[in-house]
Design a protein around this ligand. Structure first.
Ligand SMILES: *[C@@H]1O[C@H](CO)[C@@H](O)[C@H](O)[C@H]1NC(C)=O
Length: 378
């Protein structure tokens, strides 16, 4: 009983902070429905590589830009109440957590672990401290399992099927994966696994030449195995990582992955096959394989991108061997060095490289390395 009450108090505390911080920073009138990257931002410059003052470069894939036929809706003031029960889950989430690419990246850092930093068994003090040191002024929360349940109940009260799916997931690693997408969809900011060091402030992750109001998602590369037998070791030819993600609230990639995981989970719950999801299945069910697939689907989705003006579809070839950040529409993809420095393979450079932003230890991810990839990689 005591732990439950403490969890409630902690949840109330987190929510109060959330309430106070979102109050002061969000506009009085919420943006209406779906908003997309402005066509203008991408239409008038062609593909280029530019160098910033900080020396950080970006490969700006401007022509694969936002779909101009889907103009950003104007801010029309109050939104009429909709009968949510008739909407698909995807549309419900869009209604509940609207995406506006022009808002700022929220100053939150979200992490999860079995214990809070105040607990005697919390082993990640050093890692956790780097995030606070590099991000003064950010709200930094390490959320325990008990608190995450309460937090999600409040954030997703109007979308009960999401809560049902979260509660039904049979393994802690599945919940940990799902939680990062849920918190970023609802609140935005940075999610990072607890065993990750911040090497550089997130304020420096995106090259200065990229307007902050044209980007809504920042991701890194986990694996780029340029070898003929890559299938023996990795599930995808390019795998995006999900141990560190930065996003604005409501990003369509997060909306899609939450929809997909919820639908799959509830389908399997009804069919009685949810218990069959074992550690090996995690990578496809909630992990980096699903994350990677959904990002590639987004890049080729004509609801968001003007495919007719694009030089061609996007697949792994557009990201393999990258050494500078690359922007595709409202997504910035960082090179492998940024979130996976020091792995001494696949072209990743060392921790002291200027493009090395976080260091991930694979200790606090609930899953050994062998479960993240198909097998051990030598
Ligand atoms: C992606 O790469 C492929 C093959 O290398 C190329 O044909 C295509 O035009 C590229 N797509 C974009 C949008 O740059």
């Amino acid at each position: 009983m005591l732990t439950f009450r403490r969890a409630l108090v902690a949840a109330a505390f987190v929510l109060t902070i959330l309430f106070l911080t979102t109050r002061s920073s969000s506009p009085a009138v919420p943006a209406v429905a779906d908003t997309f990257p402005k066509a203008q931002a991408f239409a008038d410059s062609s593909r280029q590589a530019s160098t910033t003052a900080a020396g950080q470069r970006i490969d700006d894939n401007a022509r694969h830009g936002a779909n101009p036929s889907r103009k950003r809706p104007g801010k029309k003031g109050q939104q009429a109440l909709q009968d949510m029960s008739k909407l698909s889950l995807y549309d419900k989430l869009a209604y509940q957590f609207p995406y506006d690419v022009e808002t700022k990246f929220p100053a939150y850092i979200w992490q999860t672990w079995k214990w809070t930093p105040a607990h005697s068994e919390f082993d990640f003090r050093e890692q956790e401290a780097t995030w606070t040191e590099q991000h003064p002024g950010f709200v930094h929360e390490v959320i325990t399992d008990t608190v995450s349940v309460h937090l999600l109940r409040l954030l997703y009260a109007s979308v009960p099927e999401v809560l049902e799916a979260y509660e039904a997931l049979p393994l802690p690693v599945l919940k940990a994966d799902f939680f990062r997408y849920l918190i970023l969809l609802a609140r935005g900011g940075i999610y990072s696994d607890i065993d990750t060091y911040a090497i550089r402030s997130a304020l420096e992750w995106i090259p200065e030449s990229v307007p902050r109001d044209a980007v809504g998602l920042v991701i890194g590369i986990e694996a780029d195995p340029d070898r003929p037998d890559w299938k023996d070791w990795y599930s995808r030819r390019i795998q995006f990582c999900q141990w560190t993600i930065q996003s604005k609230p409501g990003h369509p990639v997060l909306r899609e992955i939450v929809t997909r995981i919820t639908d799959q989970t509830l389908k399997r719950k009804r069919a009685g096959s949810l218990r069959d999801v074992n550690n090996k299945g995690v990578i496809e069910f909630t992990g980096p394989a699903l994350w990677t697939d959904i990002i590639f689907e987004y890049f080729n989705d004509d609801r968001y991108f003007d495919m007719s003006a694009s030089p061609g579809p996007i697949d792994y070839r557009n990201f393999t061997g990258m050494e500078v950040a690359k922007r595709v529409g409202d997504v910035v993809v960082l090179p492998i060095t940024s979130f996976s420095p020091g792995v001494q393979q696949m072209g990743a450079k060392d921790y002291d490289d200027p493009m090395a932003f976080v260091k991930h230890d694979f200790e606090g991810t609930w899953k050994p390395e062998s479960e993240r990839h198909i097998g051990e990689n030598n």
